[in-house]
Ligand binder design. Sequence first.
Ligand SMILES: [Cu+2]
Length: 166
Amino acid sequence: MEDKIISCVRVPVIILMIWFSLFDGAVSEIYDVGDENGWNSEVDFASWSEKYNFTVGDVLEFKYSKGQHNAFEVTESAYRTCDTSSGVLAKYESGEDEVKLNESKKYWFVCNVSGHCLGGMRFGIDVKAGNITNNSEPIPSANSAYHRWSLGLYLFAFGIPLHLFS
Ligand SMILES: [Cu+2]
């Protein structure tokens, strides 16, 4: 009887422990800008940029035909006006540009090919600090491993009575 209960509880506990270890903040995501459509004039980037929660350490990948577009990181006012005579923070032009989001701040991107920014090739994102990827306060891995284990034991201990009463 007890063996059966433990085996019923074990699988969800293991799944939860894997889940917690995966989402422990160390994982950074790579986002293709425009998803499978890439960085081009046909995509609604205002909508695209609202689909995800970006965290420090994540990477944006701009994919496009080199020479047809580019990706400039700009200030908010350059983003709003599409005027890049000033306010350009970084230029990416390779056609497969990886932009690491190193800071917790608002990032603004435009395509600087004539007319493309006004045509919709621009977006802003708000990059949030991650829980553990926060550079200013690294948490020792042994410590987080301990927390994972204690959480797992907690779930295990309380999972059995929950299982009995359900
Ligand atoms: Cu363009």
